[in-house]
Ligand binder design. Sequence first.
Ligand code: NAD
Ligand code: PPY
Length: 352
Amino acid sequence: MSIDKVIGEWDGQLSCSRYDEASGAFFTIALHSLRLGPAAGGTRAMQYVGHDTAVDDATRLAGAMTLKMAIAGLPMGGGKSVIALPAPRHVLTEGQWQRILEIHAENLRALNGSYWTGPDVGTASVDMDVLHAAGGYAFGRSEEAGGPGSSAPETAHGVHVAIHASIREAGFDDLSGRRVLVQGLGAVGYDVAARVAAEGAHVIATDVDPIRCERARTELDAEIVAPRDVLSTPSDVFVPCATGNVVDDAVAGTLPTQVVAGAANNLLARATAADALARRGVVLAPDFVANGGGAIHLVGREVLGWSADQVAAHVEGIEGTLKEVFDLARSERISTEHAARRLASERLRIHV
Ligand code: NAD
Ligand code: PPY
C-alpha cells in the first residue's frame, strides 16, 4: 500500500500527519467532511504495520464518521485520529503515554476546532480529560471531570436496538434460544453480550484476551470459540465488536449466519461484500447506522445539550432508521449498505 494510492483514492477534505521522534509515535488526523459541521470522530491508538496503513485506517474511518453523523441527523462532519504506537499500549510507560497525549493535544489545538475527538479503540474517557485540559476539542470526558462519560454503553444500546430491528427483518421476533455470536468482548461487545444473554439468547463469544472470554463464560454462560474459528461458526446473529475489515467478498459468500449487526467500524473490507450477503439473504445492519449510539451520546450531550434520557430516545431511533434502510433496499433491490449510503448522502446534499 502506498501513501499516493491511499490519499489519491480518498474523497475527503484534509489529511495531516506527524511523527514524534521522542515517543516513536506517528499521528495522523483525517477530516473527511465539514459539510454538516466540524469534523468529529474518536482517537484510535494501536500498533500498525506501517504509517501507510495508519493513514489508510484514519481516512477510511473518517469517511464512515461522515456517513454516521449524516444518517443520525447530527450537525457534525466526519473525522478520525489514529496514533500508531511504537509498542502495544499496555507496554508503554505512563510517561510515554502522557507525552503522546501532549503531542496529540497540540495537534488538536492546531486544527482549532475544525476537528473534535473522542474515545476509540486504545483511548478512554481519562485520556479525553487530559486532552480537554490541554486545550479542548475532546468529547467524552469522564463524569468526574464534568463530561458525559464513555460512549460505549450507548453504542451497545444502539447495537442492541439494531439487532432487534434486523432479526425482525430476517423473520424472527425474539432472541430466545437463538445463537448470537459476539466477536470482541470489550466495552461494547461485552455489554451487548450481556443484554442478549438476559433475553435468553445462547451467547457464543470470542476475544483474543482469554480473561475476557473467561468472564463471559462464567457470567453469561457463553460458549467460547477461538478467534480464528469465528467466521466458520454457525449462528443466527453475528455481532462483530472487535476490529474492522472482517467481512470481505469471500467471507460474505460463506458466513454461516442470518443477521449481521454489530459495532465494529468499517466491518466490510469493501462495500461489494454487502452485495454478496444480500444475495444469500443475510440481513446486514450497516455499521455506521448500528453503531451510531456513541456519536449520538457524545454529540447529543456535548453539542446539543441533550439529557441522558434524550440521548437514549435518539438511540432508540436507530430502529426507525434501519426500517427505512431495509425498506429502500427491498424496493430498489440494492444491498442495505448501498441503501444506507444513499440515505446518508441525500442528507449531505441537502445541507450543501
Ligand atoms: P474495545 O477495545 O473495548 O474492545 C475490542 C475488543 O475486541 C477487545 O476486547 C479486544 O481484545 C478484542 N479483539 C481485538 N481483536 C480481536 C480479534 N481478532 N478477535 C476477537 N477479539 C478481538 O473497543 P470497543 O469500544 O468495545 O469497540 C469495539 C468496536 O466498535 C471497535 O471497532 C470500535 O471502533 C467500534 N465502535 C465503538 C464505539 C464506542 O462507543 N466504543 C462506537 C462506535 C464504534
Ligand atoms: C465512533 O462512533 O466511531 C466514534 O469515533 C465516536 C465519536 C463520535 C463523535 C466524536 C468523537 C467520537
